[in-house]
Design a protein around this ligand. Structure first.
Ligand SMILES: O=C(O)c1cc(=O)[nH]c(=O)n1[C@@H]1O[C@H](COP(=O)(O)O)[C@@H](O)[C@H]1O
Length: 235
């Protein structure tokens, strides 16, 4: 499916039935979809097959963070399941990321994007200090993104507030996936480092992950259509 939109809808639902109901209302030409920890824990890998049957590109967001062997094998299984994108935590370190990239290279038939999470968009300076990181979110994102690139990742998850910096530092081909996207007027919720869809694209983001502003809206399709229109996406 060739999707013209950079928007990835986070299907954060407690049941497979609810996520499929939403997926059936969405058009795979207007967005991609993301399966995260809540949905995967309730549905298991069957959800990937169901979403692929509906023709969606699927981002499997399980943020793997473990020893290199375990993460490399998990990433391999995800690629064999045909997901479009999978992620690991950059904080797992170089050997973990290199093992994952090598595991994907050994697969003959896959084109799964391998992405590393830098600093979660729900975190700010105070959160970093509490976990012993004496750097601003921007500095830490910059350090982890450079490590991710040199460890063979295709891109990173960061906030759109860091997109222009990373685009300048690491090149326009290094994929920037940005959650914490809030269309004007929507609730910030637990996100700290946010931007609107248009601001994020102007800053150099490649993909915009949007969950609650779409899934909890009275009219989710209207919010998605409006966001695509604002981005000038012809769908
Ligand atoms: O990897 C992610 O997708 C992710 C990384 C990050 O730093 N922040 C972040 O919010 N996410 C995910 O992006 C989605 C954002 O959802 P909303 O805040 O509802 O738009 C959630 O599914 C999060 O799990």
């Amino acid at each position: 499916m060739s999707c013209q939109s950079p928007i990835v809808v986070a299907l954060d639902y407690p049941t497979m039935a609810q996520s499929i109901e939403m997926a059936k209302r969405l058009d795979p030409k207007q967005c991609r979809v993301k399966v995260g920890k809540e949905l995967f824990t309730t549905s298991g890998p069957a959800i990937l097959d169901e979403l692929h049957k509906l023709d969606f590109d699927v981002f499997l967001d399980l943020k793997f963070h473990d020893i290199p062997n375990t993460v490399a094998n998990a990433v391999s299984v995800a690629a064999k399941a045909g997901v479009w994108m999978v992620n690991v935590h950059a904080s797992g370190g170089r050997r973990m990321m290199e093992a994952s990239a090598n595991a994907l290279q050994k697969l003959t038939d896959h084109n799964t994007l391998l992405i590393a999470v830098t600093v979660l968009t729900s975190m700010d300076q105070t959160d970093l200090i509490e976990i012993g990181i004496d750097a601003t979110p921007e500095q830490h994102v910059k350090r982890l993104a450079a490590l991710a690139k040199s460890s063979g990742m295709d891109g990173v998850v960061c906030s759109a507030q860091e997109s222009s910096m990373l685009s300048a530092d690491l090149g326009k081909d290094f994929v920037l996936v940005t959650p914490g996207i809030r269309p004007a007027g929507s609730d910030q919720g637990d996100q700290k480092r946010i931007m609107t869809p248009a601001e994020a694209m102007a800053a150099g983001s490649h993909y915009l992950v949007i969950g609650r502003p779409i899934t909890q809206a009275q009219d989710p399709i209207a919010v998605l259509t409006q966001a695509n229109a604002e981005l000038g996406v012809a769908v």
